[in-house]
Design a protein around this ligand. Sequence first.
Ligand code: B4P
Length: 190
Amino acid sequence: MFNLVLFGPPGSGKGTQSENIIKSFELQHISTGDLLRSEVKHETPLGVEAKKFMDQGQLVPDEVVIGMISSKIDAHPDSNGFIFDGFPRTVAQAEALDKLLQFKETPINIVLSLIVNEEELMARLINRGKDSGRSDDNEEVIAKRLKTYHNETAPVATFYDEQDKLVEIKGVGTVEDIFSAISKEIEQSM
Ligand code: B4P
């Protein structure tokens, strides 16, 4: 099994690059952002609760997200491996993921961290907001999301660096060039 974490701030291209990765490598894609948006869309009790946090640029509580991930992993017992996109976003989530995977005797192999400057992130997300219909893609909420990233998510990079799993990828440039750098790292690590 091969397990990959795609890490980076909001708008760094995790979703965009995940789409390319799943086309080239036979891995199961798990995006907590997509899962949460689907719950919101269907107005499930979880979605109604999650929306309150997402609309404020805050993270959804760890226990909700960890529960979602656990059932998603269980739903794919025969998978070759997983791409975790947008998860873990806190050190508590990273520790929980290690425990879940330990139980399945399959660790995280590599963490690819997309490096993009704040000005570019803001520009991309405002641009996406023009037609995404996402309630968290406006300037005020984006600024809050970036702050949440620095306070709660950035320490996850140190967590994986200490396990010698973190690889930084330049996330500015064409989608194709970034994907090519990502592919090289995956192939070397497989
Ligand atoms: P996510 O859905 O994970 O979304 P994201 O961080 O906004 O975007 P991503 O990095 O995937 O960017 P994308 O490829 O789309 O999170 C949304 C919210 O859900 C969070 O704020 C939080 O509230 C909640 N949530 C999710 N996971 C959670 C967790 N684990 N715990 C708690 N809460 C959680 O790219 C963005 C834009 O840039 C696109 O328009 C794209 O076209 C463009 N772009 C991409 N690559 C480009 C490039 N190379 N050049 C130019 N533009 C590019």
